[in-house]
Write a new protein. Structure first.
Length: 314
């Protein structure tokens, strides 16, 4: 399986999770789920695709260029129904604010809006390098000025890199790899709690114990814990279990779908789900172009290390 297949699998897998989870967003378990007839993406995938497009065009990771692309997509109506923190940032950016000054700060900025769109950077930045982690942090800051939001996005990127590189196998737990690379935050603490006390518990039990909200401390660890179970449940099975847990189902399923897609590649995604994607041609076109860009421009980055044990705060 080639690198481009894994990159495309990540982007498309996220879209499938987003579309599958969308109809159940905000519901409280238990509730029935039904076999979908179509999968409609939301801002989770829209912002991810906008990030891909920015990287394809610029051939670099530039928070300024990514923010400009967000403005373009937002003004053209390609980004819709965003969360409050992201909406605030996009509105301010559209009105002329500098990317480093837009968006919320503090506790109210600890949503999952950075984590849900960060996947493309996992393939383009060697996160063991402190200078590149600063660029990574700056891209998070476009919408979320929060250490928890940064930690959640970093955890997602590390999980995707581990999946793509083969560092994560049935014998090497994903949670352990991510914990080692995540700074000392509530996100890391939740990952530790899940690994220690709930490694074999149903995902619905984890959600009932800790929550499945849009708060990044709830959403990212649950998504990673779900993705880790792909070996036993399969791609569809993980999505179903995460949706049954309730809460912010589209974002949690999208993040898990990105991680699982980076592991199995586009070629192993469920073809019936892929066919259900509304706007499939455009989504696949951008995912394919981004996969080529990663192979041509960033292949050496994905070969570099994961993240050394996170102790320096960068």
């Amino acid at each position: 399986m080639g690198l481009a297949d894994k990159v495309e699998g990540c982007i498309l897998g996220g879209a499938l999770g987003d579309g599958y989870g969308g109809p159940y967003e905000g519901k409280r378990a238990p509730f029935p789920i039904r076999e979908p007839s179509s999968l409609v993406i939301s801002d989770d995938t829209q912002l991810t695709l906008a990030t891909c497009e920015a990287i394809i065009e610029s051939q670099v990771i530039s928070p300024e260029y990514i923010s400009t692309k967000f403005i373009s997509w937002y003004r053209s109506g390609q980004i819709k129904n965003v969360g409050s923190s992201t909406k605030k940032a996009l509105s301010e950016l559209s009105a002329g604010a500098h990317w480093a000054l837009s968006g919320r700060r503090g506790e109210m900025a600890a949503g999952n809006g950075a984590a849900m769109r960060i996947a493309p950077l996992a393939f383009c930045l060697g996160l063991h390098d402190p200078a590149k982690r600063r660029i990574f942090r700056d891209v998070c800051r476009i919408t979320h000025h929060s250490e928890e939001a940064y930690a959640g996005a970093l955890a997602v990127a590390v999980a995707i890199r581990a999946a793509c590189r083969g560092s994560w196998t049935p014998r090497t737990g994903l949670l352990e790899l991510v914990i080692t690379a995540t700074p000392d935050t509530s996100v890391r603490g939740r990952l530790v709690d899940i690994r220690r006390d709930y490694s074999a518990a149903p995902l619905s039990e984890i959600a009932a114990r800790f929550g499945a909200t849009g708060y990044v401390v709830d959403s990212v660890p649950l998504a990673i814990a779900g993705a880790e179970r792909v070996w036993g449940l399969g791609f569809k099975g993980v999505l179903a279990q995460l949706v049954l847990a309730g809460g912010d189902t589209d974002t949690i399923a999208a993040i898990a779908g990105q991680i699982m897609g980076a592991l199995i590649g586009k070629s192993e995604l469920p073809t019936d789900f892929v066919r259900m994607l509304v706007g499939r041609a455009q989504i696949e076109e951008r995912a394919t172009a981004f996969g080529r860009t990663v192979e041509d421009r960033f292949a050496e980055e994905i070969k570099s290390g994961l993240v050394a044990q996170h102790t320096d705060g960068n």
